[in-house]
Design a protein around this ligand. Sequence first.
Ligand code: NDP
Length: 328
Amino acid sequence: TRTPVNVTVTGAAGQIGYALLFRIASGHLLGPDVPVNLRLLEIPQGLKAAEGTAMELDDCAFPLLRNIEITDDANVGFAGANVALLVGARPRTKGMERGDLLSANGGIFKPQGKAINDNAADDIKVLVVGNPANTNALIAQAAAPDVPAERFTAMTRLDHNRAISQLAAKTGAAVSDIKKLTIWGNHSATQYPDIFHAEVAGKNAAELVNDEAWLADTFIPTVAKRGAAIIEARGASSAASAANAAIDHIHTWVNGTAAGDWTSMGIPSDGSYGVPEGIISSFPVTTKDGKYEIVQGLDINEFSRTRIDASVQELIEERDAVRELGLI
Ligand code: NDP
């Protein structure tokens, strides 16, 4: 039998945490034959609710779930962690300036990065979900100098999945027929969902759609503003789809992309496609044996270049702001 994998979830008592934990425990994160230990990290006010969720997890009698630990101490929460899902974050509240948002989140992600550095397993993989996810990932990564930088990633998989779904609806194809879609840049309103290299049942998506106005005025804004549309409709922010994307991100990172396809991940840039080295930006990546690689050699047209540059510019500004605040 396999040794259990230690999975740490922060913000475990929140909406996304609630949608996420049951799927991790039932084997969707790592596979149907991989046992897991769950570590739930919360702030003190969240501990009681996390205990309630843990009771429900017990009551599912999941065969793969070995044990659950609940803590508000990051050093305990990340002890021996192989996978860390950083979901808990400080949301933007009314009237909050960007600097306030970044410094509030710095207060969460800097100590968590240090705790990962000091306590996690050597093979630790980190996914940041809590917003602003890319820059929170950068803060955590900077606080973990002993962990290879590429282990810190930010989630753009929900944007990726949303874009696939929109493109499938537009073309009448099945979602499984859509390949090689890319989200570039920041997980924010500036993100760029790129269909110029995407395929719909083997045909080039942009040629098939052949409608730049739809791209610019419908597709891109629908994907970028989907979160707000869900809040409007549901009266609460997306949680199950965000949890699903977190599962997809880690599952793909660990188990690999399919031949002839790629995915989108926010990762530390190596300078590819003119994205400054070090910032955590979304790229097209293939994964294999627990490692990812940026897809190289894609032709970037004028339409795409402008949009990638705009999103990357926002990431540069966020990086400069957290640098100024002494967070990196
Ligand atoms: P959610 O579980 O709904 O969201 C958590 C984070 O995920 C938010 O930052 C949210 O950003 C982000 N997020 C990223 N993508 C999406 C998406 N597509 N849709 C929705 N959210 C997305 O928040 P809750 O308030 O329900 O729960 C947060 C929990 O975290 C609380 O239990 C709190 O106690 C805990 N917490 C724990 C910390 C810790 O462990 N140290 C620190 C801070 C909080 P956005 O707000 O922009 O939507």
